[in-house]
Design a protein around this ligand. Structure first.
Ligand code: XMP
Length: 326
């Protein structure tokens, strides 16, 4: 039986004993795990914690601002915000292969993080939002994407090169416990109950070569989709469609198709909507979203995002399709 106030008090005490007066750095992604780890460690040691938030230019609409607002403005956490989008975009130019894109993004991420961490001369600890399922997963043999998920997401390799000790205060917790802890620490529910977002971000949701123009269009389309999912309730359950789906997002297809608008012809890009229901993300079913919701999302995207004139819905399950398109 889990008593939250006791747990928080114990965890805080444990972190204080572990790090003493040392300084700690943490790579904040805006995802649930690193966010909760940051909030917990900050509660324990305040300004001895410095977070590094790397913006690779492939985040969702207003995501960087939201992260800074929540953590820096509202919680008073020290954050170094690195806008590295030019560097990332530069390295991604001409690259179309999904795994090559993942490698580049992962490598650059480590590079940028390492560079910032190197400036914090007194840091002795690297904090990570590793949770219990990560511990189990990395103990077992993993292939394909799962490897890149972990190696990228948890900034693999850093402790060795930076000579930092690892601080992983969520190591014993399951996801639902991490979420409860996040709420208890005062994080906004929208953040704590967010759908997962891959480390390479929009980099694997723009098919083929990543371009800033594509990312800008995709961000706006995606934001409209998510807003409508959050604002539309299923009558039977009373839940929003955001809550009823495990992961939902828009995918940018760099192909052009013909449309009409007013008296004119358009020749613009296509966006695919993806929404799945799953518990383990190993298998997933496409979500049977109401037609009315899909229609509203499509109408808004085509009207509001100039440059996109067609929206399609992905009705593929995993397997054989994966959740992401790359
Ligand atoms: P797939 O597409 O393999 O995705 O069905 C399963 C889950 O993993 C996420 N995913 C990633 N997460 N880095 C990440 O941090 C990655 O490279 C990556 N690729 C897929 C995906 O969003 C889904 O939740």
């Amino acid at each position: 039986d889990w008593n939250m106030p006791d747990y928080v008090a114990e965890a805080v005490e444990h972190i204080r004993q572990q790090v003493g007066s040392d300084e700690v750095i943490l790579g904040l992604s805006g995802g649930v795990d690193s966010s909760v780890a940051a909030a917990l460690i900050h509660k324990a040691i305040g300004d001895q914690l410095t977070c590094v938030f790397v913006d690779h230019g492939l985040l969702r609409l207003n995501e960087a601002e939201q992260v800074m607002k929540t953590f820096a403005d509202n919680m008073g956490i020290r954050i170094i915000h690195v806008d590295a989008s030019d560097t990332f975009m530069g390295h991604l130019t001409g690259v179309t292969d999904p795994e090559a894109k993942r490698k580049i993004i992962g490598r650059e991420f480590v590079e940028v993080f390492q560079n910032e961490a190197g400036k914090l001369k007194n840091a002795r600890w690297l904090a990570q939002g590793t949770i219990y399922p990560d511990v189990i997963e990395s103990a077992g043999a993993k292939t394909g994407k799962a490897v890149s998920i972990k190696s990228h997401h948890n900034v693999g390799g850093l402790p060795d090169t930076l000579n930092l000790k690892l601080l992983e205060p969520l190591r014993e917790l399951f996801k639902d416990e991490v979420r409860k802890l996040g709420i208890a620490l005062g994080l906004p529910p929208e953040m704590v109950y967010r759908h997962p977002f891959p480390g390479p971000g929009l980099g694997v949701r723009i098919l083929g070569e990543v371009k800033r123009e594509y990312a800008d269009l995709l961000r706006r389309a995606d934001a409209i989709f998510i807003e409508e999912l959050r604002n539309t309730r299923d009558e039977a359950s009373g839940k929003t469609w955001y809550e009823l789906t495990s992961q939902a997002f828009a995918v940018f297809l760099p192909v052009k198709s013909v449309g009409v608008m007013g008296d004119g012809r358009t020749y613009d890009y296509v966006v695919a909507l993806r929404a799945v229901e799953t518990t383990d993300f190993m298998t997933a079913g496409w979500a049977e979203l109401p037609y009315s919701l899909l229609g509203r999302v499509s109408g808004r995207i085509i009207n509001e995002v100039r440059g996109i004139n067609r929206v399609v819905y992905d009705v593929s399950s995993k397997p054989p399709a994966t959740i992401e398109w790359e």
